[in-house]
Every structure is written in C-alpha cells, then in structure tokens.
Write a protein that binds this ligand. Structure first.
Ligand code: FPP
Length: 247
C-alpha cells in the first residue's frame, strides 16, 4: 500500500500521544553484512533521524522517545562506547538544526554525568536550542533504566520526607509519578521494539503499566516510515480498557 494511503488510514482513527521505541538490532544488521558493529550504529542513527523527521513533519503524534543507551550498555567494549558517544555528539552538533526546522524539541532522559564532558555540553546546547519546537517532543533516553527511574523517585521522596515536606500517607501514586524522571512525559501508549526480542530490557517500568507493545523482527537500521504506520494501525485495532471492564 502506498505510504500516503497508509497515512490517510492511520489519520482517520485516534493516534497515540506518546510512542516509545527500543531501537534494537544494529549489531546484527552490521554482522549480516560483514561490517563492524559501529556501521550498524551509524545506520541506526540515520534511521532514528529519518523517523523523527517523518513524525514531526507529518505531526503524527506529539511525543516520541527512543532508548539510545541503557544503564546496562556500559558493559560494551570501550571502542563501541566511544563510537556511540561520537555519533550522539555529531547528532547533537550537526543534525539538530535540521530537526529544529522540522519543529522538534529535543529532551534527554537519564543521568548524563558519566558521559564525556564534550557530549554533555553538546546535548545541553542542543536541548536549549530546540526548546519550543512545536511539532514533536523527541526524547532520547540516555543512561536511562526503568529501575534507575523508580529508584530516583524513591530517593527524591525520601529527601522530601527528611526535610519534613512529605508524610508517608501524602505519597500518592500521582505524587510519586511526578517525582519520576520519566514522569515529565505522558505515559507511553505504544512501545515498539525492533530486532525480534520480546522484552522490556529495563526501559519504562512504572510508566508502561498500560502501554501496548509492538514487536517486530525488523532490525532497527531497516525500520521504515511504512512499518511505523503499520505499528500505529495495529495499535488502533486494539481495545484498551486499562484494567476496567471493556465496552
Ligand atoms: C541496539 O542495538 C542499539 C543501541 C544500543 C544503540 C542505539 C543507538 C543509536 C541508534 C544511535 C543514536 C541515536 C540517535 C538518537 C541519533 P544492538 O547493538 O544491541 O544490536 P544487536 O542486538 O543486534 O547486537
């Protein structure tokens, strides 16, 4: 089906507010071509840019979050880490202007402190420069983990309690949610994972309580605008009752 027709079909039904993506399969994409893993990440980065531009230009939905680096990814070889950091820095320094013109507001979710200072600076500058983008809030989860997210909220609650600003019975779900670093975004409605594995890998935990999952064997560098629209169509075919009795 041509992309335009698919777009029209998808637009005819309610769309999600927030889509989150686990971009898996860069390494396998490269291996299948006899290339170094870094080439998979380079292609993966190009795919991320293409998808972000498409979502922003078509104003498909207002929040897109990608899992670019998890709290567990530090265990990779130093050469691969250095390459990923360089790729992210290049993205922040050179591609941002183009995305800004597409109305993209960049946000970072995660603890940036362990990253090289030049990467931290480039990301902060990019976040600052893109503030106010009207078409899409694009969040890159970096050194993020669902358990870190919940632990950070718990620490924040303890600090408030110690300061005498929060009693145990005042810590409601809404208050706790507001203390989560990931709580600044609406809960993801749809989570797409490429690369064939069907697991959450410590991405959003608290926020994904009622998220719909879409798993595809497509490796991230091969993911297309068309497949994103097919994932949205699949989402639109589901009945969400959030634990209540359905219609
Ligand atoms: C998973 O593939 C991918 C990553 C750990 C890195 C994702 C990063 C990017 C796509 C680049 C930066 C993104 C932006 C926003 C510009 P894998 O290496 O685990 O693949 P494998 O499972 O096949 O080994």
């Amino acid at each position: 089906m041509p992309l335009r027709q698919l777009l029209e079909e998808v637009r005819a039904k309610p769309l999600p507010q927030h889509v989150a993506i686990i971009m898996d399969g860069n390494g396998r994409w490269a291996k299948a071509r006899g290339l170094p893993r870094s080439e998979g990440h380079r292609q993966g980065s190009a795919t991320a840019e293409r998808i972000v531009r498409f979502v922003a230009q078509e104003r498909l939905f207002p929040y897109l979050t990608v899992f670019a680096f998890s709290t567990e990814n530090w265990d990779r070889p130093k050469s691969e880490l250095d390459f990923l950091f360089a790729l992210l820095e290049e993205f922040a320094r050179t591609r941002l202007e183009e995305l800004r013109q597409s109305g993209v507001e960049l946000r970072i979710l995660g603890d940036l402190a362990p990253f090289p200072p030049s990467l931290q600076e480039a990301l902060r500058a990019a976040v600052e420069a893109s503030r106010g983008g009207r078409n899409l809030v694009f969040t890159v989860a970096l050194n993020f983990g669902g358990r870190w997210d919940v632990l950070t909220a718990a620490r924040r609650a303890m600090a408030l309690a110690q300061a005498g600003k929060l009693a145990p019975e005042e810590l409601t779900l809404e208050r706790f949610r507001a203390l989560l670093p990931g709580g600044a975004l609406p809960d993801p409605d749809l989570l797409i994972r490429t690369g064939g594995h069907q697991r959450l890998s410590n991405f959003f935990l608290f926020e994904a309580a009622y998220t719909e999952f879409y798993f595809t064997p497509t490796l991230w560098p091969d993911f297309t605008e068309e497949e994103l629209l097919l994932a949205l169509k699949d989402f639109q075919s589901r009945t969400r009752n959030f634990g209540k009795v359905g219609a």
